[in-house]
Design a protein. Structure first.
Length: 186
């Protein structure tokens, strides 16, 4: 088990132990994590302090505490982010939350796949992909979405190590290979 997965599993276990509406809690944690990462992208000073070697782990923890209070993050996210700062693990925050998504889906008997798209995908289209793949594979599939302009158009889905590539790039690559193999016969 990798470090990100270990932290994700611990966060999942603590959340389950606390009871309540688990889905709502996970959704709130994910929103707070995205907001925190966005803040780091917008503030080069915060990024340097929290992800660099300038500040001690204790100083990073205090900065995270101030940010979390001002942003009114949940106590659970505040504690978790401070723990990561204290352990020098803020740099893997996105990986931890990707793994949290995986742990959450697996706990429901499903699997987490990757859906890469050249263009933004609406929540309605994403739900359609998830439904189609769930029916095809016979278990719940949830996609972790990322945008990849290199695909040019279309999508590439990867579930349990198998890729389903419906991108324009894949089609053009296939045509190129076919052309090259046919032209070598001359």
């Amino acid at each position: 088990m990798n470090v990100a997965r270990s932290y994700a599993q611990a966060l999942f276990d603590v959340t389950v132990e606390q009871g309540g509406d688990r889905t709502a809690v996970f959704q709130k944690l994910k929103e707070e994590e995205r907001d925190f990462r966005d803040l780091l992208e917008r503030s080069s000073d915060a990024k340097i302090i929290l992800l660099g070697m300038v500040a001690s782990h204790r100083e990073k923890e205090l900065v995270v505490e101030e940010i979390a209070k001002k942003a009114q993050y949940s106590i659970q996210f505040q504690r978790f982010a401070k723990l990561l700062a204290r352990k020098g693990r803020l740099g893997i925050l996105a990986k931890i939350f990707y793994e949290l998504e995986r742990v959450e889906v697996e706990a429901q008997g499903g699997t987490l796949g990757q859906l890469a798209s050249a263009d933004p995908v609406s929540s309605q289209d994403l739900a359609g992909f998830e439904k189609q793949f769930s029916e095809k594979l016979g278990k719940k599939v949830r996609f972790y979405l990322n945008q990849d302009p290199a695909l040019m158009a279309g999508v590439r889905a990867t579930v349990e190590g198998v890729s389903y590539d419906g991108s324009l790039k894949a089609q053009l690559d296939s045509l190129r290979e076919e052309f090259l193999s046919e032209s070598s016969h001359f």
